[in-house]
Design a protein around this ligand. Sequence first.
Ligand SMILES: NC(=O)c1ccc[n+]([C@@H]2O[C@H](COP(=O)([O-])OP(=O)(O)OC[C@H]3O[C@@H](n4cnc5c(N)ncnc54)[C@H](O)[C@@H]3O)[C@@H](O)[C@H]2O)c1
Ligand SMILES: CC(C)=CCC/C(C)=C/C=C\C(C)=C\C=C\C(C)=C\C=C\C=C(C)\C=C\C=C(C)\C=C\C=C(/C)CCC=C(C)C
Length: 518
Amino acid sequence: MLVEMQIGLCDSVGRGYTIPGGSAGHFKREGYTFDVGSSMMFGFGKEGTTNLMTRALESVGKHLDTIPDPTQIHYHLPVSKAHPDGLHVRVWRDYEEFVEELTACFPHEAKGIRGFYGECWKVFNALNSLELKSLEEPRYLLQQFVRAPLACLTLAAYVGVNAGDVARKHIKDPELLKFIDIECYCWSTVAAVDTPMINAGMVFCDRHYGGINYPKGGVGRIAELLVDGIEERGGEVRYRAGVQRILVENAPADGDPGEQSSRAVGVVLTDGTEIRAKTVISNATRWDTFGRLISEEQMPEAEKLFRGRYKLAPSFLSIHAGVKEQVLPPGTDCHHIVVEDWARMEEPLGTLFVSIPSLLDAGLSPEGTHLFHAFAPDWVADWTGLEPKAYEAKKERTADAIFKRLEAAFPGLAEATVYREVGSPRTHRRFLNRKDGSYGPIPSRRPRGMLGMPFNRTAIPGLYCVGDSTFPGQGVNAVVFSGFGCGHRVACDLGLEQGFPALDGPYNMLLGAIRDRV
Ligand SMILES: NC(=O)c1ccc[n+]([C@@H]2O[C@H](COP(=O)([O-])OP(=O)(O)OC[C@H]3O[C@@H](n4cnc5c(N)ncnc54)[C@H](O)[C@@H]3O)[C@@H](O)[C@H]2O)c1
Ligand SMILES: CC(C)=CCC/C(C)=C/C=C\C(C)=C\C=C\C(C)=C\C=C\C=C(C)\C=C\C=C(C)\C=C\C=C(/C)CCC=C(C)C
């Protein structure tokens, strides 16, 4: 890995975090290994080019055993005239099995279902035939257009398109369109009309192609192995090293040591340590990078435009619990989504998410128990200004209400609970150091697919952003892709990989002009 300096392991009180992985880390309590957030893992496939997780680990000489999940999600959806007992759909690893199950619920939409998901496959097959690197590097992009012109043209045709518009071409049933909404909302935190079609293609197909695979030992093993690989290759990973400020100074310009320009030259840690480097890569959200690590006065115009296009998604209320194993009958799926009322799907605490990875890896919880992670989107504003006692009481009250709602899908849940720890949006803000504990950026107006998302370079030379505030946005393998793209772009800028410097300037201007117009 060539990262010169990457901001990436800290908590918001500034001391710096003690475990690697951010949202994809894990922590241990009383024999349970709880995932911090991410638990549904894409990108561990064996074939194609979209198996980004497998390839990220390979790049530092590591391999992680994973356990295949036979279903991606078991949906428990609202009661309707057509489905008086509620709409129950399981997304099976096997594509045909999933399509048959969904078609059995909407037989009159058999053609529409195949039409919509078929178009997703068109996008996925195109993605899965490209070498996935930095789209803001012209040499690579030209090579891909020459090598796989049809795939590139397919992606170019979809890059400005949203999944909801494609769904409406094929599907008329309003309940089925709601189903497509929850299929998107559960990872993009917006409905299908606001979700980029390329991301939908990736999620709706890779779950059947590479499949959902749970890392043996917990999701945090991914980051732990990456750290081992980086250290074995001479890199250094520092903990408790919160970055307080990114240093921007006049320094010699790239390629012309005689000319000075304002550029990122290093960081200052919260303990005052100054670290200087040629390249600074921020994995903090754009709201934290520009405005906190870089002062408001130094914020480039492009970042102000970004804030017009995107706003912060809500955070999460998380319940990490241990339950007696008897409460989960044989055949219970690992991941569940519960919506009781479509009108409340996007409201705070409206959609409930459940992840029970000890069903796949028994080593994650003490014998006779399962770990039960339930979470729901929620805003930090509802949790601020509370005295400690009132804050603790609100956490417990909210968790009780959520467990009560989950009883319909998991009868006996409250009584079977033997351990419970509640995290609020404040917890997410504190431990992940994300503004308002946000899950990531969401469009503030109807987006043109992913055309409005910035790549890794910023308007400040030497400073790059990576993670979910960069193309292609939220999602675990989306942020892994952003890491691959960033590494490639930085390598070209440092002269470690061959780029096309003469084209960089005009191509960058073109990308910026497209982005700023959407
Ligand atoms: N699959 C799931 O169930 C699930 C759940 C939650 C999140 N996620 C995904 O994870 C994505 C987030 O991943 P990401 O990598 O973009 O962000 P992240 O928040 O996971 O990682 C950012 C890292 O930067 C560190 N950091 C922040 N500010 C710092 C500072 N000033 N100094 C030092 N370190 C600092 C944080 O501690 C963290 O380790 C989300 O958008 C979502 O897609 C998935
Ligand atoms: C130059 C330009 C712009 C265009 C030219 C054309 C061209 C060649 C375009 C190429 C585009 C490319 C290569 C795009 C790549 C896009 C990628 C790699 C997108 C990846 C997206 C991945 C996503 C969205 C993953 C989401 C993962 C999930 C499901 C995350 C979170 C899930 C939850 C929170 C739900 C958890 C549920 C439960 C029940 C616990």
